[in-house]
Design a protein around this ligand. Structure first.
Ligand SMILES: Cc1cc2nc3c(=O)[nH]c(=O)nc-3n(C[C@H](O)[C@H](O)[C@H](O)COP(=O)(O)O)c2cc1C
Length: 357
């Protein structure tokens, strides 16, 4: 199978490689498409980032958003959500991690961004997509898409405040309750100095309901001169192919799809590179689930949080693996960590060729 050629539509593809923000970890062609792991608050913590980036295919990841109000946060707040900062801002397998900030107080975000840089953040990402009511009510996330000028000011101020060598990037939805400002917002972010944009191709009102409007990514890519990443509703290699065809962009960010199917990025990367690779079977996923549990148990306050984290991930993995659904049913009512450990240990060892359903 020959590798996929890089797409050639849109302004972004005409920009020389060196002026575009690319990752640095892969061994294949420098201008090959990038695959990013989405930030997911309360779901993709350092444990899941560690496990998912080990599998391969993910070029970079983003920590959960750090909310900025009116204060300079203590370093502990950054380390809590982005502990990789203490390890060169890379996951143990060497995948770069970016820090994401959310807020609307322009200078305060910039000052916190500068602090994050001193702690080792290699890229500062700004969140303009969070749909949570509490966040939007305090003027953060997707609600800012109603104010393109403020978007521009935030990015520009962060850009001017942090060291020039550290890129600022932005993640946006198509709008708050309509797409009227989608292009203006994207331009405001790019003009403000965003080195790349991730576009979650839905409005805040759309929430997480399918479809994702990938055609809007093409429209945005046409009006900005920075790389645009397609995001939203990519659950399979087939979805990725359709998204690529409709959006016309190469770079992609995977969210729930890779949580449910942990090797999704590896599968997509294999198709991109013209390699054949078997989908990950339960025989590979079960050890991951056990390690996930052990790592969650090692975290502070694990008795309180680890069972919920495990159950949450099992629900997602259960979309792809019937065995995970069954495991979830068995642990659903368990709150004692030792009993959950026993149940995981009792799970029969799968045949090594058990493949995803
Ligand atoms: C539980 C959850 C938490 C999320 N947290 C964040 C976040 O911290 N920052 C952010 O920019 N997006 C966040 N998102 C949005 C995702 O990064 C992504 O844009 C969205 O899930 C669409 O991609 P998908 O359809 O591939 O999941 C979150 C989404 C979910 C479901």
């Amino acid at each position: 199978m020959p590798p996929l050629p890089r797409l050639t539509r849109g302004i972004a593809c005409a920009i020389p490689y060196h002026s575009r923000l690319r990752g640095s970890r892969r061994g294949h062609a420098a201008d090959a498409m990038q695959i990013a792991l989405a930030p997911m608050e309360g779901l993709v913590d350092d444990v899941l980032r560690t496990l998912l980036t080990e599998i391969g295919g993910i070029d970079w990841c983003v920590a959960e958003f750090i909310r900025i109000n009116q204060h300079l946060l203590p370093p502990a707040s950054f380390y809590k959500l982005a502990p990789e900062l203490k390890a060169g801002s890379k996951t143990p397998s060497g995948t770069p991690m970016r820090v994401q900030l959310l807020g609307s107080d322009t200078q305060c975000i910039a000052d916190n961004a500068a602090l994050a840089c001193t702690l080792g953040a290699p890229v500062i990402d700004l969140n303009f997509g969070c749909p949570a009511k509490t966040v939007n009510q305090s003027r953060g996330g997707a609600v800012l898409l109603k104010e393109p000028e403020l978007l521009h000011d935030i990015v520009r101020t962060v850009r001017r405040t942090i060291p020039p060598k550290i890129p600022v990037t932005a993640k946006m939805r198509l709008g708050f309750d309509n797409t009227d400002n989608a292009l203006v917002c994207a331009q405001a972010l790019a003009d403000g100095g965003a080195a790349s944009l991730v576009v979650h191709a839905r409005t805040k009102t759309d929430g997480y309901q399918p479809p994702a409007y990938w055609e809007w990514i093409a429209r945005i890519d046409d009006v900005v001169d920075v790389p645009v990443y397609a995001n939203g509703e990519i659950w399979s290699v087939a979805d990725w192919r359709r998204c690529r065809a409709i959006s016309g962009v190469d770079d992609v960010m995977l969210g729930r799809g890779v949580i449910a199917r942990p090797d999704l990025a590896r599968q997509i990367a294999a198709v991109r590179d013209g390699r054949d690779i078997a989908p990950m079977g339960w025989a590979e996923v079960l050890p991951m689930v056990r390690r996930y549990w052990a790592m969650q148990c090692d975290k502070p306050l694990s008795a309180k949080y680890a069972p919920g984290m495990l159950k949450q991930w099992l629900v997602w993995v259960g979309r792809s693996y019937g065995e995970a659904q069954r495991l979830f049913v068995d642990v659903r009512t368990l709150t004692d960590c030792d009993r959950i450990t026993e149940r995981l240990a009792a799970e029969p060892e799968p045949a090594s060729d058990a493949i995803a359903s």
